[in-house]
Design a protein around this ligand. Structure first.
Ligand code: GRF
Length: 207
């Protein structure tokens, strides 16, 4: 089976991107990251990509008159490179319906909580862990899912929980959850590239 052409969208540090790069380089994932796109010029993930010889683009939303045109540009860059799988690795914007339609069940996102808790509009980054601590839940974790038109509502691929302890802080939770994210994201992308993820209605089956 030929390797899957992957595009990655990021907004920040890119440790999830790094986990993918490492797993591709080690041969665990049968894929190739053909482009990394960031909506932030200073995203460290762009440097990570370039260090590994991966094309890395900054697309500035301010250069476009509206969100739709900004997304059209992203879609154009993806299609130009024949991208087959799109991974959102810490990408903080909402994708347009055009991108979702074009890549139905071919966009994977990682979320730092157990969906459907602590997700949706406004739940990103540290805010998620802050909300987890404020609510006082005893478990949290990470979810990897396909992206649909909603915010964090698409079919769930994998989830893994961790315990929340009394002495946990936003930072400690973020660190523990991030480790889980890396494992889950790699596992999901690996299985996608093997053609082993099948979506039936809302359910993702391993085939
Ligand atoms: C992760 O927690 C991810 O789930 C969230 O943003 C963070 C990005 O981390 N959406 P990184 O940029 O991959 O290091």
């Amino acid at each position: 089976m030929s390797s899957v052409r992957i595009g990655v969208l990021i907004s920040g540090n890119g440790t999830n991107l790094q986990a993918l790069i490492d797993s591709i380089e080690s041969g665990e994932i049968n894929g190739r990251i053909c482009v990394v796109i960031s909506d932030r010029e200073d995203a460290y993930g762009l440097i990570r990509a370039r260090k590994h010889g991966i094309e890395a683009l900054f697309i500035n939303k301010k250069d476009f008159i509206n969100n739709s045109d900004f997304n059209k540009k992203i879609l154009e860059e993806l299609k130009k490179r024949g991208i087959q799988l799109l991974v959102l690795a810490g990408y903080l914007r909402i994708l347009s319906p055009e991108i979702i339609k074009e890549y139905r069940n071919r966009i994977i996102n990682i979320h730092p909580a157990l969906i459907p808790s602590f997700c949706g509009k406004g739940y990103y980054g540290e805010r998620v862990h802050k909300a987890v601590l404020e609510y006082g839940v005893k478990v949290t974790g990470a979810t990897v899912h396909f992206v649909d038109e909603g915010t964090d509502t698409g079919p769930i691929i994998f989830q893994k929980s961790i315990e929340v302890h009394n002495n946990d802080t936003v930072e400690s939770l973020q660190k523990k959850v991030l480790e889980v994210e890396h494992t889950l994201l790699v596992k999901a992308v690996k299985m996608f590239c093997q053609g082993r993820l099948k979506v039936i209605d809302r359910k993702v089956l391993e085939v």
